[in-house]
Design a binder for this molecule. Structure first.
Ligand code: SME
Length: 162
């Protein structure tokens, strides 16, 4: 695998497309889930500079903090709690333009203002969620949703190769 990420200087669409093109060299099917999640959050951080990017992995009835970039965060989230727990329970992406208006939002950091949470699915089951926080309102839209779902689908596919 390549150890260098190339970052597009253009639009959000172009940045995501460029990042997706590099996924075959970025994610290693011979490695393990934590290593691949770690490189994925690093690549998203390097490309977009979002405030907080991380994975929570499903462990029994809870989500447990996995690889992340950004300030320290809550380590465990119950099913159905917060944006992450609801995205897990409903097995679908949640775009939150103002976290203060999301009932039960879990605030790990006061600076967080908007958020997107995307489930990682393996054979229809949620095995993890990708959580991205912004320190500005309304940062994420359906473009982010479309590409982040593609990224999470690539990660989900890898589970069959470990
Ligand atoms: N805000 C999330 C908790 C995780 S942190 O943002 C890193 C939530 O409501 O689930």
């Amino acid at each position: 695998m390549s150890n260098q990420l190339f970052v597009h200087s253009g639009s959000k669409n172009e940045k995501y497309q460029f990042l997706l093109q590099q996924i075959p060299t970025l994610l290693d099917p011979q490695s393990d889930v934590i290593a691949n999640m770690a490189n994925m959050v690093a690549a998203l951080k390097e490309t977009f500079g979002f405030f907080w990017i991380g994975f929570y992995r499903v462990e029994g009835e809870q989500l447990v903090l996995g690889p992340f970039q950004g300030p320290i965060a809550c380590t465990r989230i119950a099913k159905g709690k917060g944006v992450c727990g609801v995205a897990w329970q409903k097995a679908r992406t949640h775009l939150v333009s103002n976290v203060h208006e999301f009932p039960g939002h879990i605030s790990c950091n006061d600076a967080s203002k908007s958020e997107v949470v995307v489930p990682v699915l393996v054979s229809g089951e949620v095995v993890a969620v990708l959580d991205i926080d912004s320190d500005e309102f309304a940062t994420f839209d359906t473009i982010d949703q479309e590409y982040l779902e593609k990224i999470c689908a690539c990660l989900g596919q890898l589970y069959h190769s470990y």
